[in-house]
Design a protein around this ligand. Structure first.
Ligand code: FPP
Length: 257
């Protein structure tokens, strides 16, 4: 009689590693953006403190960076800390600010080896000195790499970013460097943190929430969205592959027919 494991319940959207989804390697999205949500709930379900979920989430970041780099994704933007996350308890904020330091301490040599280039978007100046130092070092040491761009959204808020863009543009008009008539979508985009990046093709959000939470509101105008119930610490290469597979089977019309 075959042995059954009825207690191993398959989660919605869980993909078995025994069923490769048949990706088209010529149609890998150039830019994938991820809202890595559900760390806190993952930890709570295990009777662990929330920060344990973030720590586990960091391990998943490593796996997904490796995988995205191997698949030939050009830009991977990860929402690591939002401008709203300062409202969290102090110990959690401190832990989240320490994560990039730990991540880069253990993982920077591999990033360099894999030709990954580290960048950030967000209001960098107000981050704690130790966070800034570790991230600046990673940016500096990977700046000549031309593989995957690993773009951390750190203290990022899309509305703040857009208000800043408006201020920059207004200042140029005031100084007489720009005519109001010259303001167009391309000019606006050029004042955003993401000015040097291709727009995201695919947005992934884990944990069952289906909202943008002030993430890349302008840049995601034509992106495909992919949601999963899986909490970020449980997210695997298989889920990522399934997201790309579904993306490849969407029809992107950009408002046309
Ligand atoms: C959202 O989950 C997650 C965050 C605010 C932090 C995400 C950070 C990581 C996954 C680690 C980042 C790693 C590096 C290298 C910077 P939540 O805490 O809101 O979860 P909940 O909704 O279940 O409470």
């Amino acid at each position: 009689m075959p042995i059954k494991f009825p207690f191993v319940k398959k989660r919605k959207n869980e993909v078995s590693s025994h069923h490769p989804v048949g990706l088209n390697h010529k149609q890998i999205p150039k830019h994938v953006a991820i809202i890595m949500d559900g760390n806190g709930r993952w930890a709570k379900n295990r009777g662990m403190p929330r920060i344990a979920g973030h720590k586990e989430g960091m391990e998943v970041v490593k796996k997904i960076v490796r995988f995205a780099s191997d698949l030939g994704v050009e830009v991977l933007t990860l929402y690591a800390f939002s401008t709203e996350n300062w409202k969290r308890p102090r110990n959690e904020v401190e832990f989240l600010m320490k994560l990039p330091v730990d991540f880069l301490n253990t993982y920077l040599p591999e990033l360099i080896e894999k030709n990954v280039r580290v960048q950030t978007i967000g209001d960098f100046d107000v981050l704690p000195p130790h966070t800034k130092k570790a991230v600046q070092e990673a940016i500096e040491r990977t700046k000549d790499n031309d593989g995957l761009i690993l773009n951390f959204a750190l203290n990022y808020g899309s509305r703040f970013e857009m208000v800043n863009a408006v201020k920059q543009i207004a200042a140029k008009v005031e100084r007489g460097e720009l005519d109001t008539e010259e303001i167009d979508e391309a000019l606006f985009s050029s004042e955003l943190y993401t000015c040097d990046l291709v727009e995201p093709d695919l947005l992934i959000r884990t944990s069952g929430e289906q909202r943008l939470s002030n993430f890349l509101l302008w840049q995601l105008a034509y992106a495909e969205f992919w949601f999963t119930e899986v909490y970020w610490p449980d997210f695997t290469e298989n889920h990522f592959e399934k997201a790309l597979y579904d993306y490849q089977n969407r029809k992107r019309r950009y408002g046309g027919v």
